[in-house]
Design a protein around this ligand. Structure first.
Ligand SMILES: Cc1cc2nc3c(=O)[nH]c(=O)nc-3n(C[C@H](O)[C@H](O)[C@H](O)COP(=O)(O)OP(=O)(O)OC[C@H]3O[C@@H](n4cnc5c(N)ncnc54)[C@H](O)[C@@H]3O)c2cc1C
Length: 381
């Protein structure tokens, strides 16, 4: 069973990340949101410190740590800038598929620069015809004269414009039962026929680019196939659960801590009837509820991640953590706005951003409906 206490080394990591985030990210958190800009210089610094490549083994240039350490980094980053944490989280999603399914040659080629933050990664699965319905992807890959020719359009892809290395899934044939089967390809930025398209103007998780990627007779060699022809969906779904959903949970825990800390700060400073509103019982109840949501999300998140780090099969626990944490972050942000009265809607305070960010965590990595279906499926099995 995973433990609920962190090791001294994990506590040291948390302290180091917190110091970094408070110095480098917190001062620009409002700007990242207002300008919807991703500070790639900060990303590179995080790479140099081993934060971007935390889950990559040392032999490929990473820090050689686990998902728990990764969650600590994401939580601390999201405490102040969930949008920026989203860039980091999706970079690691791209890394995960390469790490778990890449050939030795592919790992040696791509992982060192992704781990060091010199390059940015991504994973492109979603299409206009297929978000929750992964089997609905229409993009195709055809093998012609020894080259794969890819066509189609991806949407809602994090890091779409910035990613240097993107793993893209397309339909490449049918399985034994005649159902569409999909394969994953490693496509580098600048490959002819592969280009970013429109960017979404999201209201939350700003600072992480989200947009289209188009494939227009994009050619890929057989060495670009990741994990074998026909295995694309299986690999992508495994990575989305292991790294995507755990990542969204950790980001939500960071938002929840932000809500708790900002609520406490405001309640102690705001004076009404001659005393801080922290003395009012109604306000105390809001703070208590925020604390319960934060503690519960934290326990569920690190529990599921601990199970995964221990090598367990725990998709339902991960879905539970993702569902609870993302929804709890929305509740906590709304409560924090409520306890701040009119100040809650003023952009000088970060709580409006927390609410927008929390709402945007819900579809990312699978909606709350889909999370409940995963939980129910395994409960009823
Ligand atoms: C900020 C952000 C970042 C993202 N980053 C990436 C990325 O990097 N790579 C990537 O590939 N994708 C990414 N996505 C896409 C994301 O995975 C999808 O948005 C998500 O899977 C939902 O798909 P959809 O948006 O097409 O919604 P739909 O699947 O069209 O869902 C519409 C509604 O139907 C419900 N629904 C769907 N299926 C069921 C069902 N079986 N039972 C009950 N209800 C159902 C949904 O819950 C929702 O309410 C990102 C999305 C966001 C918002």
């Amino acid at each position: 069973m995973p433990e609920f206490t962190f090791s001294p080394a994990q506590e040291m990591l948390r302290k180091a990340v917190r110091e970094f985030v408070e110095k480098e990210i917190e001062p620009i958190a409002h700007k990242i949101d207002a300008e919807n800009s991703c500070p790639m210089d900060v990303f590179r610094k995080m790479g140099a410190l081993g934060f971007a490549g935390v889950i990559v083994p040392k032999e490929y240039g990473g820090a050689g740590l686990g998902l728990t350490e990764r969650a600590i980094i994401l939580e601390e980053t999201a405490r102040h800038a969930a949008g920026f944490a989203m860039t980091l989280m999706t970079h690691q999603l791209g890394i995960e598929v390469l790490l778990s399914y890449g050939s030795e040659e592919q790992k040696r080629k791509y992982l060192p620069e992704l781990a060091s933050g010199k390059k940015l990664g991504g994973l492109a699965v979603t299409e206009p015809s297929g978000g929750s319905d992964v089997g609905g992807q229409q993009s195709t890959g055809e093998l012609k004269d020894g080259k794969w020719v890819l066509n189609g359009r991806k949407c809602f892809i994090t890091n779409s414009s910035e990613a240097d290395v993107c793993v893209v899934t397309v339909r490449t044939g049918e399985d034994a039962k005649g159902r569409p089967s999909f394969s994953a390809f490693i496509i580098e930025k600048g490959t002819p026929g592969f280009a970013p398209g429109r960017e979404e103007d999201k209201f939350g998780l700003r600072g992480s680019g989200t947009g289209d990627l188009s494939l227009n007779n994009c050619q890929a060699g057989e060495d670009a196939v990741l994990g074998g022809v026909g295995n694309g969906t299986k690999m992508a779904l495994a990575a989305i659960s292991k790294v995507g959903r755990t990542g969204m949970s950790a980001i939500s825990v960071g938002i929840l801590r932000g809500c708790l800390e900002e609520g406490v700060r405001f309640a102690k400073e705001r004076v009404l009837y001659g005393k801080p509103i922290a003395k009012l019982q109604a306000i105390q109840l809001e703070i208590a509820r925020n604390r319960v949501d934060y503690e519960a999300a934290r326990l569920l998140t690190y529990y599921a991640i601990g199970l995964k780090d221990a090598g367990g099969s725990c998709d339902a626990e991960i879905a539970t953590a993702k569902y609870f944490s993302t929804e709890a972050a929305v509740r906590a942000a709304k409560r924090t706005m409520d306890l701040m009265g009119g100040y809650g809607v003023v952009n000088d305070y970060p709580v409006g951003r927390y609410l927008r960010d929390a709402l945007a965590t819900i579809p990312s990595g699978g909606t709350s409906h889909v999370m409940q279906l995963v939980i129910a499926g395994q409960t009823l099995a």
